[in-house]
Design a protein around this ligand. Structure first.
Ligand code: CA
Length: 241
């Protein structure tokens, strides 16, 4: 098994939203060094697109942005029922922005210019907090959410990027199993046993066939694939390569 690949799965991802390229570059270097995966957006509109297109563990959000202010962006993100932790980067004299930012659900803020050590400490604290609280969708108890994939366990409704996906019962069972074990590499035998039961023991080809069906419905026409093959082992549901 490719252990390096598996370890990478647990890398936490941080979206840097900041229009000053010097600060962005500095943050990228520091966060990369600390073992985080980073993405960047230089204006509010790009940032909102990036927020929608993949799952982030944390967003660093500058308030003074071209295109759309950080506060407006924060409002839109929370409007999507997202609970992603957000740390605001604020100018020294914008107390009102800090207050409205925290009112709108920012996790914390830090005043520019900041010391990198302090920012890193806050990032760690906020990420730790977010792991203790709600791991699934805040929308409704019955919804399980991962990236832009949502499954309702009661109604068996499946959505990807807000588009409804129609699955056969077995496809649904398989997807639910992958989702409940997201980011874990699952071998074919394990999947077979859990989804099909002991009757099919040994005939793991059926897993490959159904994974192919699922991919057509879940991943085709989407920029980010969620179902990944782990060569020689099996499959994993994850949102980063
Ligand atoms: Ca700025």
């Amino acid at each position: 098994m490719d252990l390096k690949g598996v370890n990478n799965l647990s890398k936490e991802s941080i979206l840097i939203v900041e229009d000053e390229e010097k600060i962005v570059r500095l943050l990228e270097i520091e966060l990369d060094y600390e073992g985080y995966e980073t993405g960047k957006a230089l204006d509010g509109i790009e940032a909102f697109d990036m927020f929608l297109s993949q799952k982030w563990d944390l967003i660093l959000l500058d308030i003074m942005l071209p295109g759309m202010s950080g506060i407006e962006l924060l409002r839109r993100i929370r409007g999507k029922s997202s609970v992603v932790p957000i740390i605001l980067l604020t100018a020294k004299d914008s107390i009102e922005d800090k207050v409205s930012g925290l009112d709108l659900g920012a996790s914390d803020y830090i005043t520019k210019p900041f010391r990198m050590e302090e920012l890193l400490a806050r990032i760690r604290a906020v990420l730790r907090m977010s792991q203790i609280t709600i791991p699934t969708s805040p929308i409704d108890d019955e919804w399980i959410q991962f990236s832009d994939l949502r499954i309702n366990e009661k109604t068996r409704d499946v959505f990807r990027s807000d588009l409804e996906v129609s699955l056969t019962p077995k496809e649904y069972d398989l997807l639910l199993y992958l989702l409940k074990n997201k980011r874990q590499v699952l071998d074919r035998g394990q999947i077979l046993e859990s989804v099909w039961g002991y009757d099919y023991y040994g005939d793991t080809k059926i897993v490959d066939v159904y994974i192919r069906y699922l991919r057509k419905k879940i991943d085709a026409n989407h920029e980010t694939a969620l179902i990944h093959t782990v060569r020689g082992v099996g499959y994993v549901l994850k949102d980063a390569t």
